[in-house]
Design a protein around this ligand. Structure first.
Ligand SMILES: [Zn+2]
Length: 83
């Protein structure tokens, strides 16, 4: 079974196992390592270009559809940038 998801930063489609999944934990953004949680997640490429792109996005609220707080997502993205 193919699990193709779209990176929210660059809109590239990829297998979900090659993307980083971020889910909402009561509004707080967190990594979904298992990729099996039922909560709707965001997918982003595992590269710094996409992380930077997402951080610079002015309408970041519009790409978040699963209740993650924008501030919380930005904090997580900044952490990812430093990794
Ligand atoms: Zn991407």
């Amino acid at each position: 079974m193919k699990c193709i998801r779209t990176c929210i930063a660059c809109r590239k489609k990829a297998n979900k196992y090659d993307l980083i999944r971020i889910t909402s934990d009561n509004g707080e953004a967190k990594f979904d390592v298992s990729k099996k949680e039922n909560a709707r997640g965001l997918y982003i490429c595992n590269n710094k270009e996409c992380i930077k792109k997402l951080l610079k996005m002015k309408n970041i609220n519009k790409v978040i559809k699963n209740g993650i707080k924008a501030d919380s997502l930005k904090r997580l993205l900044v952490e990812m940038e430093d990794m």
